[in-house]
Design a protein around this ligand. Sequence first.
Ligand SMILES: Nc1ncnc2c1ncn2[C@@H]1O[C@H](COP(=O)(O)OS(=O)(=O)O)[C@@H](OP(=O)(O)O)[C@H]1O
Length: 407
Amino acid sequence: MIRGCRVNIFCRNKRKCEFAAIIMSTGLIIVMYSILIGVHLKIDSVISFKSLRYSDFDPLDINNKSKISNFVISIKHSQLLQSLTPVKENKTIDSHVEFISNQNSSSTISWTEELKPGENMNLKEERYYGEKSDNNNYGINKGSNMGSNVTRSLPDAIIIGVKKGGTRALLEYLRLHPKVRATGPEPHFFDRNYEKGFEWYRQHMPASTKGQLTIEKTPSYFVTNGVPEKVYKMSKKTKLIIVLRDPVTRAISDYAQLASRRPSVKTFEELAFIDNRTKIVDTSWPIIKIGIYIQHLVKWLEYFPIGQIHFVSGENLIKEPTYEMKLVQEFLGLEPMINDSYFSFNNTKGFPCFKKQPNSSRFQCLNRDKGRLHPDLSHSVIKRLRDFYRPFNARIYQITGHNFGWT
Ligand SMILES: Nc1ncnc2c1ncn2[C@@H]1O[C@H](COP(=O)(O)OS(=O)(=O)O)[C@@H](OP(=O)(O)O)[C@H]1O
């Protein structure tokens, strides 16, 4: 009765009424479908970004193919979203920035690379300025013109090590400086991708403008044979930075990372000593070998003068980030802008956290896999390792002119 009444009110002619109903429902389906696609793209981008932290994602690692495709998809989605939202003048798009709040009311930072207005993700541009770089043996440092004086340059400075020394923290602190442009993931150019050539390397550097320093970090460079010569060939003026940390805690940190990725791995003691009874240290185990810093450093000194290498104390970078940053900025010839106001010690995390702008109230902390729990090792194991490293450490103190205080 009621249905009949409605039909009568809106459609006098039953066929016209059916036709109108079909048109309306088709329209409704199209609208809902578009909304769903839009939501899907947005969600997918966010999920992809969230799942890709620099710590577990190396886009240059061939074993990470699934992550690469995930990454590429997320970039495409973000580009699509960007093209729907025109970029306003002077607005910076953080294309790869990921700040995820965690339970401790701090945040987690992932790697960052910013796109400037007019710049896009296409790195294929092959035009050169033709300008011979002042610090590059090959004259290829300043590269493709991306418009409005934006270029990609080979690094002016490289954080070459040491693994688990605090290299990520240092790079993220340096990134706070307006005159610094830093890479996100580790490019691994000199140790894994050298055959791809300097142009490949340069294309993996962040966009920069004149006067800005380009900096990358790949801690494996410090211990990889042949890298000092290759860096020298790129530019003998490259400034080198090494974050040194007590080799015993460094080894434990490295092992903690290994165990978190391979839970079935042998115990630290089983791997660190040739024989657990005699406790002869196994120097062929990379986790031990990396900590014999002097052996690696001398290879760099064959190519670079000691004054061209800046040593950061990994321990002090945690205790007094401002002081260590003052020294690094001095070394890089930067105005000392990264000061106390950027840091706040987060007691829950047990590490300094930092803010992107001095006037911001929001502090960000490094990812949760920086500052992992270390396995408990017996005093005798620690003592044995300390005894082992002591003579090597003494030579490091001598050469660098700095007592790092590792006991
Ligand atoms: N601000 C801040 N937040 C968190 N962690 C910090 C920070 N500053 C230094 N560190 C120390 O950095 C250690 C990781 O070193 P790296 O970044 O060089 O590691 S890696 O080689 O890139 O994997 C990491 O080692 P673990 O504590 O063993 O995880 C930290 O001790």
